[in-house]
Design a protein around this ligand. Structure first.
Ligand code: GUN
Ligand code: ZN
Length: 428
C-alpha cells in the first residue's frame, strides 16, 4: 500500500533561478496543491488535477499558508549548538575561548547524542529539513549526528572535522588517524539511507600540509563525497594563512595545492577573495556558502552576493551555527538581505527563498533531490504561516502581492511562522 497525501495551500515552486535573466518573481510558480506519493512529490497543480492524479490521497488543507521546499542549511557546526551567541570575540579568539572547549566534550557519545538530537529538534522547529554539518575530531560526534538524522528519515551531510595543529590537546588528530577515521566513517555512512559524507578539514590554519595532502588523497579515492572547509572569512585569518603557507599564491591555493579544490567542494564564508581565487572557484564550479548572521556576529565582512552571482558562482546560504547567531533560515535570509543593503544591492524575496532552498541544495549537489517542490523531488516541505504574529499580520494586511507578504515573514518571522514541517513525506 502506498501512502498518498495532497497538501493544499499556496504551493511555491521555482521554474528557474531568480538570479538569472528576467524578473526575479517570474522565476516562481504558485499552485493550489501538491501531491505526494511515498515520500516523493507526484505533482503540483490545481486541487482537482492532484485529486485526479491521486484519487485515494488524504487531503490536508493549509488554507492561505505558503507550502515550499524545506530549508537547506549548507554550513553548520552542530557541536556549537550550546555555545551559540557567545559574546565579544572575533574569529581566532572566539574559536579558542568558546568553540574548542565545547568541541572537546564530543568524545563522549552520550553528550554528542544529546546535542545532535537537540540540534535537529531546533532546526526542524525552524523549518530546516537538510543541514551540512561539521562535527568534531571525534568519530563519535559523526555517529551521533548521522544516527539521529537516520532515525528521523532526514537527508543530511556531515563529516568528521580534521585538525592536527593550532588546536588544544585532546582536540587534535594526525594525518593518518584523520585519514583512517574519515575513511571508516565514509564506509559506515556515505550513501546509507539519506545520508552523505563530507570530507572535512576544518581550515588550513588547523591542518599541517601533511594532513591537507592526506585529505586530498582521501577525496581522490572517494570522489562522490563532498568536501567542506572554510575560506577567507576574516582578514586576520588570511594573514595567518599566508604566514603558515608562505609558498601559497593565496588562501584557496592552500587547498588547491593538495587536491582540495573541486566541484563537490564547499567553501564557507568566502568573503575576502582575490581575483585568482574567484576565477578558480568558478572554473571548478565549487560552492561558496554565505553565512550572513555569522559574518556580522563575528565581525568578518560583507559577502559580495551580487558580484559573485553575476560572474556565475555556485552559492548556498547557511546559518554557520554557532558562529552564526540563529538556527533559523528565516533570520538568515533577513541577514542576507541586510548584508545586501550594506553593499547597495538588496535581494528580492524570491532570491532569498531560492538561496535557502535550491541554492543551498545545488551547493550540496543535491538539487535533483531536494530544495524545490517539483515532480520527482523528495517531499521535504515547510508550511509557512504568513500571519504568525500581530506585527507581521498588520503588515501583511497592507501587502499588495505575495512577495510583500512573504518579505514581512522573512524579515520578522521566527519559529512561530513555521506551521508544519514534512520530512520524507511525513509530518514532523
Ligand atoms: N573557521 C574555522 N573554524 C570555524 C568555525 O567553527 N566557525 C567559523 N565561523 N569559522 C571557522
Ligand atoms: Zn563554519
Amino acid at each position: 500500500m502506498s501512502t498518498e497525501i495532497i497538501l493544499k495551500g499556496k504551493v511555491l515552486s521555482f521554474l528557474r533561478s531568480p538570479f538569472d535573466e528576467g524578473a526575479p518573481q517570474d522565476a516562481v510558480q504558485v499552485s493550489e496543491a501538491v501531491a505526494i506519493r511515498d515520500g516523493v512529490i507526484a505533482g503540483t497543480g490545481s486541487l482537482q488535477d492532484m485529486q485526479t492524479l491521486l484519487p485515494m490521497a488524504q487531503l490536508v488543507d493549509h488554507g492561505d499558508k505558503l507550502i515550499m521546499a524545506g530549508f537547506v542549511d549548507a554550513h553548520v557546526h552542530y557541536p556549537q549548538t550550546a555555545i551559540i551567541a557567545s559574546w565579544g570575540k572575533r574569529l581566532i579568539d572566539w574559536l579558542n575561548a568558546y568553540t574548542f572547549p565545547e568541541e572537546m566534550r564530543f568524545g563522549d557519545r552520550a553528550y554528542a547524542d544529546q546535542v545532535a538530537n537537540r540540534y535537529l529538534d531546533l532546526t526542524a522547529a525552524n523549518g530546516t529539513t537538510t543541514v551540512c554539518s561539521f562535527c568534531t575530531i571525534h568519530p563519535e560526534s559523526v555517529d551521533a549526528l548521522f544516527s539521529a538524522a537516520q532515525a528521523r528519515g532526514q537527508r543530511i551531510v556531515a563529516g568528521k572535522t580534521c585538525m592536527d595543529r593550532n588546536a588544544p590537546d585532546g582536540l587534535r588528530d594526525t594525518p593518518q588517524t584523520a585519514y583512517d577515521d574519515s575513511e571508516a566513517l565514509i564506509a559506515r555512512w556515505h550513501g546509507v539511507d539519506r545520508l552523505d559524507y563530507a570530507i572535512t578539514p576544518r581550515f588550513s590554519p588547523t591542518s599541517t600540509p601533511d594532513q591537507l595532502e592526506a585529505m586530498g588523497a582521501l577525496w581522490a579515492k572517494n570522489p562522490d563525497c563532498l568536501m567542506q572547509t572554510h575560506l577567507s572569512e576574516q582578514v586576520d585569518e588570511i594573514e595567518w594563512v599566508k604566514s603558515l603557507f608562505p609558498q601559497a599564491r593565496d588562501y584557496l591555493d592552500t587547498y588547491e595545492e593538495f587536491g582540495l579544490l573541486g566541484a563537490r567542494g564547499l567553501y564557507g564564508h568566502a568573503i575576502h577573495l582575490e581575483e585568482r581565487e574567484r576565477h578558480r572557484l568558478r572554473e571548478y564550479g565549487a560552492a561558496l556558502v554565505h553565512c550572513p548572521t555569522s559574518n556580522t556576529f563575528i565581525g568578518s565582512g560583507l559577502f559580495d552576493m551580487n558580484g559573485l552571482m553575476a560572474e556565475g558562482q555556485r552559492i548556498g546560504l547557511a546559518t554557520d551555527t554557532g558562529g552564526g547567531s540563529s538556527f533559523s533560515m528565516l533570520r538568515t535570509m533577513a541577514a542576507a538581505y541586510e548584508v545586501g543593503q550594506l553593499r547597495g544591492t538588496p535581494l528580492h524575496a524570491s532570491q532569498l527563498l531560492w538561496l535557502a532552498t535550491q541554492g543551498s541544495a545545488a551547493a550540496l549537489r543535491l538539487e535533483d533531490k531536494i530544495g524545490n517542490v517539483a515532480t520527482g523531488m523528495e517531499a521535504d516541505l515547510v508550511v509557512l504561516d504568513l500571519e504568525s504574529t500581530p506585527a507581521i499580520s498588520q503588515r501583511t494586511a497592507q501587502a499588495n502581492d505575495l512577495w510583500e507578504a512573504v518579505f514581512a515573514t522573512i524579515m520578522m518571522g521566527d519559529d512561530r511562522a513555521v506551521a508544519e514541517v514534512w520530512i520524507g513525506g511525513k509530518p514532523v
